[in-house]
Design a protein around this ligand. Structure first.
Ligand code: KIV
Length: 275
């Protein structure tokens, strides 16, 4: 297979083929996910919470994102890798946004970038796309605005808020975004946005009518347990596996049950004679 392209992702919507996407933050996970056939991998700034232990995504820096993007790209062969622009790296000016997005592509090796916001970031999206950088939009619950939103809450519940989300999606599409993440948006509103958009919508807490779904890998693995969003489905309980392995290992080291001969290297006894 060849590396998935932006136009292939858009064609999936035209064919009614659902699009799967997950986050990844390291080489080993990215490699497994890529081998499983994931068409798109997001190096999300959720990195800050599920890998680095910050309380929100706000402290995440460009250098942290580039470091992890490089690792993910090294692990992939076929997936389209999207780098997530951190807080305040695309708001200060369009030249700043271009410089930071270019770092994802040039240094990180990403194939596209994602940024949060609708109408207010449309001009930035337009310029990035003009410069050859594919962009994924992200509306609804935008975690970088958590202080303004007042928590991780469902968005678009009032008529005005729903209308604004429809306008945001339209603005992103007109600016040239090739897909839009809809986070924590009521299913019926996501359906309306999806029907009106020519580009794919990718839901996370956006219900079943989106053109695709994205999940944080640590949530679907059951690896991150500080909190589990309602929209996350746990397909495994990796946290329990890690804890069980760690405690079995501790007791085997203490008892001497590990290592055995199988995990040891041998040398001819005569080599050491008289030393
Ligand atoms: O950072 C992230 O993981 C994201 C997804 C939740 C879409 O933005």
């Amino acid at each position: 297979m060849m590396r998935v392209t932006v136009s292939q992702i858009k064609d999936m919507k035209s064919r009614g083929e659902k699009i799967a996407m997950v986050t990844a933050y390291d080489y080993a996970t990215a490699k497994l996910v890529d081998e499983a056939g994931m068409p798109m991998i997001l190096v999300g700034d959720s990195l800050g919470m599920v890998v680095l232990g910050y309380a929100s995504t706000i402290p995440v820096t460009m250098d942290e994102m580039i470091h992890h993007t490089k690792a993910v790209v090294r692990g992939t062969r076929d997936a389209l890798v999207i780098g997530d622009m951190p807080f305040m790296t695309y708001h200060t000016s369009i030249p700043d946004a271009l410089r930071n997005a270019a770092r994802f592509i040039q240094e990180g090796g990403a194939h596209a970038i994602k940024l949060e916001g609708g109408e207010p970031v449309a001009d930035t999206v337009r310029r990035l796309v003009q410069c050859g950088i594919p962009v994924v939009g992200h509306i609804g619950l935008t975690p970088q605005s958590i202080h303004q939103l007042g928590g991780f809450k469902v968005q678009g519940k009032s008529r005005e808020a729903a209308q604004q989300l429809l306008r945001d999606a339209r603005a992103l599409e007109e600016a040239g975004a090739f897909a839009i993440v809809l986070e924590s948006v009521p299913a019926a509103l996501s359906r309306l946005i999806t029907e009106r958009a020519a580009i794919p919508t990718i839901g996370i807490g956006g219900g079943p009518y989106c053109d695709g779904q994205v999940q944080v890998i640590s949530d679907i693995l059951g690896l991150f347990t500080d909190f589990v969003p309602k929209h996350a489905k746990r397909y495994a309980t990796v946290a329990d596996t890690i804890k069980n392995v760690a405690s079995t290992y501790i007791s085997e080291v203490r008892s001497g049950a590990f290592p055995t001969e199988k995990q040891s290297y041998s040398i001819d006894e005569s080599t050491l004679a008289g030393l």
